[in-house]
Write a protein that binds this ligand. Structure first.
Ligand SMILES: [Ca+2]
Ligand SMILES: [Ca+2]
Length: 314
C-alpha cells in the first residue's frame, strides 16, 4: 500500500513538473499596445508616456479598419516610453510583434527599443530601409521586404535555448541567425526609438498598431497565429458607424444611408490608399476597382473623419 502511494505521489510530482516545465517555455504577454486611440497597455502594467515635441502624434485607421485604431505621426522626433525599467533584460528569451506602416524607407528606425548603447547590451527591433531588422549592438540582421504606405506585420524572436534570433514578416519566417548572444541592460521600454539616442537618429517614421512584447521565445506557428488573428478578417464587419453602405458586396455604385458624407478615401486590405472620391447623390463609383475587400473612410464637408466601412467589391 505504501509503495503504491509513493508511486502515485511520484507520478503526480512528475506530471506537475512536466506542466511547470511546459509553462516555463511558453510565452508570457508582458505588454500589449492596441493603440486604439490610446497608449495604454492592455495588461495594465506598462502604460506609456509620449515625448512629442511638436504634437504630431495622433491616430488613424488601424490595420484592421478600426477608426483611430493605430498610432501615427511619428516623424523621427517622437517616442513613447515606460517610466520604470522593463522586465525583459539579460539573455532572457523574448518575442516582439507589431504592425507598421512606413511613410519613408528611412535608413534605420526603431519600433521597440531597450538596453543601452554598448555591444550586446541594447535591443532594437524595427527596420532598415525595406528590411525588417533586429540589432543588439555589434550584430544586426535585416530580412524581408517592406513597402511604403502598406501595413506589414513584423516579428522578432530571441530564442535563448537555441541561441537563435528569428525575424518574420506577415506571419512567415524570413531569416534566422545562430551567432548572437545578448545581455540586454535593464532599462525603460521604448516604442519608436532606440535606447537613449536622439530620435532623429533612430526614431520611427510612420504608423504602428498592435505592438506586443512577450517573455519567452515564440515558434513559427505562434507568430503565424498572431498574424492570422489580427489581419483584417474577411467576414467581420467594421460598421462602428451611425450609417450604412449598400449594396455590399458592390459591383459599381456604393450608396450611403447618410447625406453627411462628402468625400471618401478608399484603402485596400494592405492599408494602401487606392483612391479618393467626392460623394455624389449619396454614392460613390467603385466600378473601376478590382475584386477584393476595401476600407472606405468617410469624411464630412469639413473633411472630418466620420468613420470607416468595409466594402467588398465583386
Ligand atoms: Ca513629432
Ligand atoms: Ca489598433
Amino acid at each position: 500500500m505504501k509503495q503504491k502511494t509513493t508511486f502515485l505521489k511520484s507520478a503526480f510530482i512528475m506530471a506537475a513538473l512536466f506542466i511547470a516545465g511546459n509553462n516555463l517555455s511558453a510565452q508570457t504577454l508582458e505588454a500589449h499596445y492596441k493603440f486604439d486611440n490610446s497608449i495604454t497597455d492592455e495588461t495594465g502594467n506598462w502604460n506609456l508616456t509620449a515625448t512629442d515635441e511638436d504634437g504630431s502624434i495622433t491616430y488613424e485607421v488601424g490595420q484592421d479598419g478600426t477608426a483611430n485604431g493605430a498610432i501615427t505621426g511619428f516623424d523621427r522626433a517622437d517616442f513613447l516610453s515606460t517610466v520604470a525599467n522593463f522586465p525583459i533584460s539579460g539573455d532572457a528569451s523574448r518575442t516582439m510583434t507589431a504592425w507598421i506602416k512606413l511613410i519613408a524607407l528611412t535608413p534605420q528606425t526603431t519600433v521597440v527599443g531597450g538596453g543601452e548603447n554598448s555591444p550586446g547590451k541594447k535591443w532594437t527591433f524595427g527596420h532598415q530601409g525595406s528590411k525588417v531588422r533586429a540589432e543588439i549592438n555589434g550584430k544586426g540582421m535585416g530580412v524581408g521586404t517592406l513597402e511604403l504606405d502598406v501595413w506589414s506585420h513584423i516579428a522578432v524572436v530571441w530564442d535563448k535555448d537555441n541561441s537563435t534570433v528569428r525575424i518574420y514578416q506577415n506571419g512567415e519566417l524570413k531569416g534566422s541567425n545562430t551567432t548572437w548572444s545578448t545581455n540586454t541592460t535593464e532599462a525603460p521600454l521604448l516604442i519608436g526609438n532606440d535606447y537613449n539616442a536622439n530620435p532623429s537618429d533612430r526614431g520611427f517614421n510612420g504608423a504602428m498598431d498592435d505592438v506586443r512584447i512577450y517573455t519567452g521565445a515564440a515558434d513559427d506557428a505562434f507568430i503565424k497565429n498572431i498574424y492570422d488573428t489580427t489581419v483584417l478578417g474577411v467576414n467581420d464587419n467594421v460598421a462602428k458607424t451611425s450609417f450604412n453602405a449598400f449594396p455590399n458586396p458592390v459591383l459599381d455604385r456604393l450608396s450611403f444611408s447618410s447625406d453627411k458624407i462628402s468625400s471618401v478615401e478608399i484603402y485596400n486590405i494592405l492599408g494602401a490608399k487606392v483612391t479618393s472620391q467626392k460623394v455624389i447623390n449619396k454614392s460613390i463609383d467603385m466600378s473601376s476597382l478590382s475584386k477584393g475587400i476595401y476600407m472606405v473612410k468617410c469624411k464630412d464637408a469639413d473633411d472630418q473623419n466620420m468613420g470607416t466601412l468595409k466594402a467588398i467589391k465583386e
